[in-house]
Design a protein around this ligand. Structure first.
Ligand code: MV4
Length: 451
């Protein structure tokens, strides 16, 4: 096992990783920007290094400074968390060349899934169900238009370097194809410096169901069930749950098998997530694989009783997977609510500033992953995630009741939060009945503004 790990992240995930390290008896090096001097991940760490000004490009994305911090402190491994450098293949490679263990996949594994068109091709070759679409990227606009007509409208144009919705367009008909193709390419070039795009048939009102997978360095790969993440707004997840209200045991087994096949196909090591779109007719299609620990990983932790972050560290140090077979299934029901420092009454505009009053919820079946405290200043420079409330119960109904009570008693003053929005959401009849798809939030918002 490692003696010292550097955490190349901030906020709640840095604190989450720090706790996992300390449970394993591993010392922690925190890095921080000038905006994060007062952060708990810095306070609770064993050593800390300031890596630059608040802007992420100059601090949490500043590879030379992070590598220097690891060298001077003698850290043997770096945990990247999510976001920032987590899916940066060059960073994984630089760590390997510097004899520092990157707690995550190799550069090759990251690249295999980072190029979405190549990932699609690879999955198709492996026999993992994909969405009907182009074989690789499309280059000639006329050929692309002909292929779109063949696939059948609506089609989606997606950036190959993308993921999470950037550089993506729904094309409703042949007439608008040329223009929307160009719009997707322009957005992709601006966002990723790469305008390569591919086509997929548009699945109308799908559910987003993702599978947690885990591989070790000895060739073992398992899945830990699914998370339903259909409740999103502008490609930001708001609520995630397990098990998915839409899966039968048969469908879970088939999708889990496909997820393991996907990970095996790229010899995957570490924690990963295979994302599927689930159609209303029960058919499922691979869309992307995320090669990192995800924001919503606690849903799986609570539903299985496993610790995914400790397992990432063990696997990176060369240990075989420690998950017993009987713990690789979901028990009871778990729902995570993301509490953001945003104003739901002003189109979810960020609301940075000082938290003046802070009373967290508690009680049976309540887990709160957060880095904030009374007096904490939410900086404007980073994402607005303030806390993740993870509720569990024997049934979905019990979890929802606990969620309502926890959200009702969660007091945060000084910044606007999404708590009032989440309270309303837990009372929505479609949410309560599990009738959720990727249009849920839009429908909910429009009904809310009419009321
Ligand atoms: C799709 C789709 C329908 N058909 N692909 C959005 C983000 C990215 N991860 C994939 N996304 C979608 N891809 C095909 N072929 C619909 C979406 C989508 C979506 C997916 C999951 C959750 C919320 C969503 C909201 C809008 C669109």
């Amino acid at each position: 096992m490692f003696k010292k790990i550097l955490i190349a992240n901030r906020g709640e995930i840095a604190l989450r990783i720090l706790r996992a390290c300390h449970e394993l008896g591993v010392k922690v090096v925190a890095v921080y920007s000038e905006a994060d001097r007062e952060s708990l991940h810095v306070r609770f760490s064993d050593e800390d290094v300031c890596i630059g000004p608040p802007a992420a490009a100059e601090s949490y994305l500043n590879v030379p400074r992070i590598m220097a911090a690891a060298e001077v402190t003698g850290a043997e491994a770096i945990h990247p968390g999510y976001g920032f450098l987590a899916e940066n293949a060059d960073f994984s490679e630089i760590c390997a060349r510097s004899d520092i263990v990157f707690i995550g996949p190799t550069a090759d594994q990251i690249r295999a899934m980072g190029d979405k068109a190549a990932a699609r091709a690879k999955m198709k070759e492996l026999g993992v169900p994909t969405v009907p679409g182009s074989d690789g990227i499309v280059t000639d606009p006329d050929e692309a238009a002909a292929l779109a007509a063949e696939i059948g409208f609506p089609v989606m144009v997606k950036a190959s370097a993308g993921g999470g919705g950037k550089g993506m367009r729904v094309v409703p008909d042949a007439e608008s194809f040329a223009q929307l193709l160009q719009a997707a390419k322009n957005e992709a070039r601006a966002a990723f410096g790469d305008d390569a795009v591919y086509l997929e048939k548009c699945i109308v009102r799908p559910r987003h169901v993702e599978f947690q997978v885990f591989g070790d360095q000895h060739g073992n790969i398992v899945h830990l069930g699914e998370r339903d993440c259909s409740i999103q707004r502008r490609h930001q997840k708001l609520v995630e749950e397990a098990p998915s209200p839409a899966l039968t045991p048969e469908l879970r087994e088939a999708m889990g098998e496909a997820a393991v096949k996907a990970a095996e196909g790229i010899d995957y090591v570490g924690a990963g997530t295979v994302e599927f779109l689930l159609d209303a007719d029960g058919s499922f299609h691979f869309i992307e694989m995320n090669t990192r620990i995800q924001v919503e990983h606690p849903v799986t932790e609570v539903a299985t009783g496993l610790d995914l972050v400790k397992e990432q560290i063990r696997v990176a140090s060369g240990e075989p997977l420690s998950f017993p077979e009987e713990q690789r299934r979901l028990r009871g029901h778990v729902i995570e609510f993301r509490v953001n420092a945003e104003d739901p009454e002003r189109n979810f505009a960020p609301s940075p500033g000082q938290i003046t009053t802070y009373h967290p919820p508690g009680g049976p079946g309540v887990r709160l992953d957060t880095h904030v405290y009374a007096g904490y200043n939410m900086p404007q420079h980073y994402d607005s995630l303030l806390a993740k409330l993870i509720v569990s119960g024997n049934t979905r109904e019990e979890a929802i009741v606990r969620a309502r009570n926890a959200l009702d008693s969660f007091v945060i003053e000084g910044v606007k939060t999404t708590i009032p929005f989440l309270v309303e959401l837990t009372r929505d009849e479609n949410f309560v009945s599990g009738n959720i798809d990727t249009h849920f939030v839009d429908n909910f918002m429009s009904e809310r503004s009419e009321a």
